[in-house]
Design a protein around this ligand. Sequence first.
Ligand code: AHM
Ligand code: MG
Length: 337
Amino acid sequence: MITLGEYIIKKQHESPEATGELSSILGAIRLATKVVNRDINKAGLVDIIGATGVENVQGEVQQKMDLYANDVFKAALEARGEVCGVATEEEDEFVSFDDQRCINSKYVVLMDPLDGSSNIDVNVSVGTIFSIYRRISEPGQPVTLEDFLQPGTEQVAAGYVIYGSSTMLVYTTGYGTHGFTCDPSLGTFYLSHENMKIPDAGSIYSINEGNYLKFPQGVKKYLKYCQEIDGPTNRPYTSRYIGSLVSDFHRNLLKGGIYIYPSTASAPKGKLRLLYECNPMAFLIEQAGGRATDGFNRRIMELKPTELHQRVPFFCGSSKMVDKVETMMEEYSSEEK
Ligand code: AHM
Ligand code: MG
């Protein structure tokens, strides 16, 4: 049994240029995860569920757990002193950590501390998503917006935690996608899914079909394709949508499938955020052999961000399924490119 801590150190030793800073950041995330996990497990017993009555910068109602998780992750990262700033879904602006150690550190972290948080009230799985970059600005001075607006191809590491029927942490540093399951009696993550690979083709599609009438024509055609009966291609496919990106992504990663959050008539840029939702998931899926694009053959990780909370249409999963929907987008929706 290899623990997450042991695995991170083992990988650090395999790369001669590694200094241990990244390992330390992953260690801080692991610690914060355990705290958040403990408190999510108590949701319903203590006063941490429900909305705060406050909206975040994106006009979404913040849940109490959103803010709590945000504070826990920020505190853990700042205390380690290896990160000079963070940007999160819950805060309008990035946060600069200006104490002596932090300001001299090399890394920034972007995160969605609690993704799918409206699901907590009904005891459905939620997650944490994170993405780590090397800063562009010189260490020794406060972090800048430019440090956060880097394309996903520059990610040094990315991962998610799923607080599900078991709690798992899945991460990549560009050498495969690896999953660790928490033994709750010990509070320790053990390697359970080394080098995860998504099947090239799957039979699950995940999309909020309630928005059907607002979807691009190419997506509508693809959904009809998924629902057609065709033995050789295993259709009709199965529709599965939890409404919690981490959970939908995790299932599709293990079983093969596609997750789509397209542009809609009311949200022309889609809903999901490029920097702390789509890029980390794109890095993980590519490392597992899948694809993540904006539906028009543009790789999510190559998009140049212009804003911290930028949204992007997201097509992610088994490579052949993403290929297929893209051919339909090209044919029926190319005017929206
Ligand atoms: P959140 O970060 O505010 O929780 O929003 C992101 C979530 C994703 O987890 C999920 O896939 C999507 O929003 C669901 O949106 P919708 O309810 O529109 O289907
Ligand atoms: Mg989110």
